[in-house]
Design a protein around this ligand. Structure first.
Ligand code: AMP
Length: 660
């Protein structure tokens, strides 16, 4: 075997793979394709040194990572302004025309419901792929993206640099297959294709991602070197020729009415597509006009996304059940015949409270229309009262708690009915689940089933008891190995040093969310002050109103709260307010670029530190850059800084500057 034959085989396979996965128009049978692939793998195992980054064998995956590196997006990955009515689209057109000096042309595209990623190519070779993250910093998921069959590892063109943006998604068929498989194996299923795609892209073992059947539609050129492009549609054509799988069937129009008609047409066909869309996007086609229109902080002014109304289904309510929340509130739920909504099975929706049921006159046995709010949360939209036959039954709130039997009370002026039981197990279970949750004390590994077991077996009676659990007790829980017991113990230990605001929030005081907890702690400084604070003191804090203040006062007036807080203290749980890291102005007015790997700080951490001290972080080096902070394996940015004569320092230098 000559290396040239191997190279030819690689080209041949890439050609057929493009035909199959990108163009959906194969020239050879699957068997023939598999045979070529087998031959390639045989050659590669005999000549491992021949294997290159663009070999089709790289699509199989197998790299195992410890975590994902951060990627700073040189070109921000922006979001889109939303529209929910055609009028809003017409208004968008007016705004665009009022800024431009010549009339716009619009390009209309499907809005794919997946995850936005950036793909970078150097000299035609795929070198890096990352998630959108917060638009400025994402995660390096190159290894997983390599396994997506429709992402070319090498382009049909060589440009020094090309960055494109696309949407990775899981086709409906792959999603159904994956969930069926997971159900068989007793694994949790994914709620929708988008979540499944997100989970797959974040696999540390890329061979797992490779099996998930992910796909991509590329929809934008972020940055290009070595070619001039003047319009979006021209860019999409260029991308198609380069070998990308580009958003399907975009069309351009000279006026907004035709563009809106296209949006409508896409919407009417949306359920027949093999992938999920959550809207259509109208974009100004000319890149010069885009430039003239510019962007707001988050979204470009030259594009708008129309979101289609949620899918609705009719079904019949079989019963209304009641759930007891952590504050004792009884929430009624409608249990209805299963329907599929936005790709998942749904058989229950919250009815919120008694007023909600009364206003809509929802009865057991009613035929109702259900939908998913924000495509996520099932809700009852309306009742078809004309379909009643007289057998429907009005719902009444139970007078005693379904969990503990204590009387149920309705507070004056409130919609909620509440269980009055002091030791209601349902309340307790939910309040402890809240206590350990991520935003509260963040005790990882203490999921709802562990909480339920600990309560049931009497190992805990309140949240403070968590800090007195021993290893043996924890390890004796179902599905708890020695290892996870140790992990849980160290998570409990770690939570002891949380800031006081987490503890206050975790206590579950009515009306006190995380934000309010922070404001209170900033003022009161330690937990003892909560016992003595007056209403005046509390309401003197900005954003703390009368209702919140009263809630805090009556919470700390309860006698058992004193005991619980003492037990927290005894266990060593922090009850002091921890001042946020000091902010300074040492870097005021400086524009700083980070490059390479810093010895101790992550990119995001360094960027935050710089911003806290008054500096600004940008992605690329220019004459305006004041300083470049370079770590190990700093690349072209360092070269550019040197070429332009911009000062360069390292992490230590940066810290000195800040502390000076
Ligand atoms: P949203 O997340 O609702 O603000 O919508 C913006 C997101 O839509 C972007 O982050 C992209 O990930 C996604 N998207 C899907 N298809 C397109 C498209 N054709 N053009 C622009 N964005 C798209």
């Amino acid at each position: 075997m000559m290396k040239s034959e191997y190279e030819a085989l690689k080209k041949q396979i890439s050609y057929h793979s493009h035909k199959y996965y990108v163009l959906d128009n194969p020239e050879i049978t699957d068997e023939e394709y598999d045979k070529l692939m087998r031959t390639l793998l045989e050659i590669e195992s005999a000549h491992p040194d021949w294997v290159s980054a663009d070999s089709p064998s790289q699509k199989i995956g197998g790299t195992i990572l410890k975590g994902f590196e951060q990627v700073v997006h040189e070109v921000k990955m922006q979001s889109l302004q939303d529209a929910f009515s055609f009028d809003e689209l017409a208004d968008f057109d007016k705004r665009v025309r009022s800024t431009l000096t010549s009339p716009p042309r619009y390009c209309v595209e499907h809005k794919i419901d997946g995850l936005s990623v950036s793909l970078e190519y150097r000299d035609g070779l795929f070198t890096r792929g990352s998630t959108r993250g917060d638009g400025e910093v994402g995660e390096d998921v190159t290894e997983n993206l390599k396994t997506v069959m429709s992402i070319p590892l090498r382009l049909n063109t060589t440009l020094p640099y090309l960055e494109v943006r696309g949407e990775v998604f899981m086709p409906k068929a792959s999603f159904a297959r994956l969930n069926a498989e997971r159900e068989q194996n007793g694994e949790p299923t994914f709620a929708n294709p988008r979540n499944a795609a997100a989970g797959s892209l974040r696999q540390l073992d890329s061979s797992v991602a490779a099996k998930r059947g992910l796909d991509i539609y590329v929809f934008n050129i972020q940055r290009i070197e070595g070619k001039e492009i003047s319009s979006h549609s021209e860019g999409l054509k260029f991308l198609r020729d380069a070998g990308f799988k580009v958003i399907p069937g975009e069309r351009t129009f000279d006026n907004i009415d035709d563009a809106i008609a296209e949006v409508e047409a896409i919407g009417s066909l949306r359920t027949s597509l093999s992938f999920d869309i959550d809207g259509a996007v109208i974009k100004v086609d000319s890149l010069a006009q885009r430039e003239a229109l510019g962007s707001t902080a988050k979204t470009p002014r030259w594009a708008i996304a129309f979101k289609y109304p949620a899918e609705k289904k009719k079904t019949k309510i079989r019963s209304i059940t009641v759930q007891v929340g952590r504050t004792g509130v009884l929430t009624p739920n409608a249990e209805f015949d299963t329907v599929t909504l936005a790709g998942t099975f749904v058989s229950r929706a919250t009815l919120h409270n008694m007023d909600y049921i009364k206003e809509r006159d929802i009865r057991i046995g009613d035929t109702v229309t259900v939908y998913k709010a924000g495509d996520i949360i099932p809700e009852v939209l309306s009742v078809s009262s004309e379909e009643r036959d007289g057998s429907e039954v009005e719902f009444v709130m139970p007078t005693s708690c379904p969990a503990c039997g204590a009387p149920v009370q309705r507070d004056e002026g409130e919609a909620a009915f509440r269980c009055t039981g002091a030791d209601c197990p349902a309340q307790l279970e939910r309040s402890i689940t809240h206590f350990v949750s991520r935003d509260a004390m963040d005790i990882e590994g203490m999921g709802p089933s562990i909480v339920a077991q600990l309560l049931e077996k009497g190992h805990i009676k309140n949240s403070a008891d968590i800090y007195y659990l021993d290893r043996e007790t924890i390890a004796s829980m179902d599905k708890m190995g020695e290892k996870s017991a140790d992990n849980l113990l160290s998570a409990i230990e770690k939570s002891k040093s949380n800031d006081l605001s987490r503890l206050i929030y975790a206590l579950g005081i009515r009306h006190i969310g995380l934000g309010a907890a922070k404001l209170l702690c900033k003022k009161l400084k330690n937990i003892e002050a909560f016992f003595t604070a007056s209403s005046d003191t509390l309401t003197s804090i900005d954003d703390i109103g009368e209702v919140m203040a009263q809630s805090v006062i009556s919470y700390f007036a309860q006698s058992h709260v004193r005991d619980i807080i003492d037990r927290f203290k005894e266990a060593g749980v922090n009850t002091l307010y921890i001042e946020d890291e000091a902010e300074g102005n040492a870097l005021d007015g400086m524009t700083i670029v980070l490059t390479g790997t810093l010895p101790t700080m992550g990119r995001k951490e360094a960027a935050e530190l710089i911003e806290k001290n008054g500096g600004k972080v940008t992605g690329s080096v220019s004459k305006k850059t004041s300083l470049v902070v370079a770590g190990e394996e700093a690349g072209s940015k360092l070269d550019k800084a040197n070429a332009l004569g911009i000062p360069v320092t390292d992490e230590e230098g940066l810290l000195k500057l800040i502390n000076a």
